[in-house]
Ligand binder design. Structure first.
Ligand code: DC
Length: 225
């Protein structure tokens, strides 16, 4: 039996790393929905479109093609999207464009179309609440801001970023507030999501906990068949 899995949580809580690992183990397709908001900000920045100009962003998106590889990696306008959207400008830019209702509606509709079939793991902020309200398994992955800032700082250092720890911490704090207080689809735990605090869990420990929840879910669904 194949199901769909929703993983939501704040920035740098490790959702994508965990979702990617789970997808490899379960042979599911992982879609990192944050990459779509990042790619939107990236294209707008490249095209000199203001990240707050909703009509211009919508026109841009109407002329943008999103696709996914078999493994779920994002392709925008025929180009594989990778590290070019993982930088502080796209961090902030994606948070800005994700506040706009019409931008969200366009990206959510693409996400919902591809998950009409089962066997997907989507990570983001609104997966359990808006994109996949009927997902069979919903995880709300959290971690203390300090732990998340440490992880993000290490990631940036490996890439040679000049940002200080305090700057990374402050940036995450500001994005936490923006993502959870915006009007449309704010970051929120779905009522039927299971909260998992990964502050002091390794990647393997987190993956194993979710795999156990996955097995329980599948057993429960099989019993009801
Ligand atoms: O998960 P991430 O850091 O790559 O996400 C980038 C931004 O996009 C983040 O500020 C929140 C936003 N986002 C969203 O609003 N809804 C999603 N489903 C995924 C990301």
């Amino acid at each position: 039996m194949r199901i769909n899995i929703a993983i939501d949580g704040p920035s740098a809580s490790g959702k994508s790393t965990i979702a990617k690992r789970l997808a490899e183990i379960l042979e599911y397709t992982h879609i990192d929905t944050g990459s779509m908001y990042r790619a939107t900000a990236y294209k707008a920045l490249e095209s000199k479109i203001s990240l707050e100009d909703e009509p211009a962003l919508i026109e841009m998106l109407q002329n943008t093609e999103f696709d996914f590889t078999h493994e779920g990696q994002l392709i925008m306008d025929g180009k594989l999207i990778g590290n070019e959207v993982r930088n502080p400008a796209c961090d902030r830019g994606s948070s800005l464009v994700s506040r706009l209702q019409s931008v969200r509606a366009m990206l959510v509709s693409i996400q919902q179309k591809i998950t009409l079939k089962k066997g997907f793991i989507l990570d983001g902020r609104d997966i359990g609440t808006v994109v996949l309200p009927n997902a069979e398994l919903k995880i709300f992955q959290v971690a203390f801001l300090l732990e998340r800032a440490k992880r993000r700082y290490e990631e940036f250092q490996l890439k040679g970023s000049p940002l200080t720890f305090d700057e990374v911490y402050e940036d995450l704090r500001a994005r936490d507030i923006a993502d959870s207080t915006r009007i449309y689809s704010p970051l929120k735990k779905a009522d039927d999501a299971i909260e998992l605090d990964t502050s002091f869990l390794s990647v393997d420990e987190t993956v194993n906990r979710i795999l156990k929840l996955y097995q329980k879910t599948v057993e429960r669904l099989n019993q009801h068949d």
